[in-house]
Write a new protein. Structure first.
Length: 94
């Protein structure tokens, strides 16, 4: 398992449609250090289960460290919040 650190900048719900199920998402903004010493800001959007989403909503603006998983699909990096994770060690209030 890998971890990512950043600031929670948004939490939102995507309603169900004909094509997709409803989902709960959080967005993190983090720093990606570059070779020349500069820092590039990058945003990561993760689908999370409802109980975790509810905790993230009250933590917007907080710095956290979260577990993530990832894989390559059709040449694109796909990131996800592990289903077994509770987010307890993330720095987010219970």
């Amino acid at each position: 398992m890998y971890k990512v650190s950043g600031t929670i900048i948004n939490a939102f719900h995507s309603p169900a449609s004909e094509k997709y199920e409803a989902s709960y998402k959080i967005q993190l903004l983090g720093d990606n250090p570059l070779v020349d010493g500069q820092v590039k800001k990058e945003m990561l959007t993760l689908n999370v289960p409802l109980p975790i989403f509810e905790r993230f909503q009250s933590a917007i603006g907080q710095n956290v460290t979260l577990p993530i998983g990832f894989y390559i699909k059709n040449g694109t990096l796909v990131t996800f919040f592990p289903k077994h994770s509770t987010g307890e060690k993330s720095g987010i209030p219970a």
